[in-house]
Design a protein around this ligand. Structure first.
Ligand code: SAH
Length: 209
């Protein structure tokens, strides 16, 4: 149930859902998703659903991780990515295989402690984890080639676009009940926004916990 064969089936399903970036498919075929969730749920680890990870939070559905990672992988330079909403660290692990360095911010301290230990155990050493409210990004370490937000804000987080490198991408869900995945791409001082598809994320919340 947690074998390489199960992961190969996950990859085939992602392909059928329209994910075509081979690098992303390879990475997701290699990362043991069952290590990111409670053992009692590991029989569901490769289903295409989000799952609870404690602290009222979830691990994102594999399709959405693949979709966001594919958009992230499309930037011309992959030096540095910022993720807002670390959770269990699955998306962080995928980004860590695609980017030289990943900075990731989580507001729930208990979750972050588990995730730090997990990523260490899995040998992922190019992810820097930070306990903070990520709504304002991480100005002192900007610019980033990609900023990826894995919790939904009610409005477009325009303050973050200053932290994008040229030709960088801000990938984020926006909305409350009805949410949409969007991307803002920087071209010098021009910003091109695309509206992508309907999604369902936990809310981006203020402050620490
Ligand atoms: N990236 C995760 C998805 C985590 S769910 C995955 O791979 O499955 C979203 C996470 O965002 C939750 O852990 C939640 O606590 C966190 N979050 C919500 N608001 C936040 C904020 N303002 N700053 C940082 N993290 C936040």
């Amino acid at each position: 149930m947690t074998s390489a064969r199960t992961r190969a089936r996950l990859v085939e399903r992602l392909r059928a859902q329209g994910i075509s970036n081979e690098e992303v498919l390879n990475v997701m075929g290699a990362i043991p998703r069952h290590e990111f969730i409670d053992e009692a749920l590991s029989h569901k680890a490769y289903d295409d659903t989000s799952l609870p990870i404690g602290f009222g939070q979830t691990i994102s559905q594999p399709y959405i991780v693949a979709r966001m990672s594919e958009l992230a992988a499309g930037v011309p330079e992959r030096l540095s990515a910022l993720e807002i909403g670390t959770g269990c660290g699955y998306q962080t692990a995928v980004l860590a295989k695609l980017f030289k360095t990943v900075h990731t911010i989580e507001r729930v301290g208990g979750l972050l402690r588990n995730t730090r230990e997990r990523l260490g155990r899995l040998g992922i050493h190019n992810a820097r984890l930070r306990h903070a409210d990520g709504s304002h990004g991480l100005k002192e370490l900007s610019p980033f080639n990609v900023i990826l937000i894995t919790a939904a804000a009610p409005i477009v987080p325009e303050s973050l676009i200053d932290q994008l490198a040229d030709r960088g991408r801000l990938i984020f869900p926006v909305g409350t009940q009805e949410q949409e995945l969007r991307m803002i791409e920087r071209h010098g001082e021009d910003f091109l926004e695309s509206r992508l598809e309907k999604v369902n994320f936990v809310p981006l919340l203020p402050g620490l916990s």
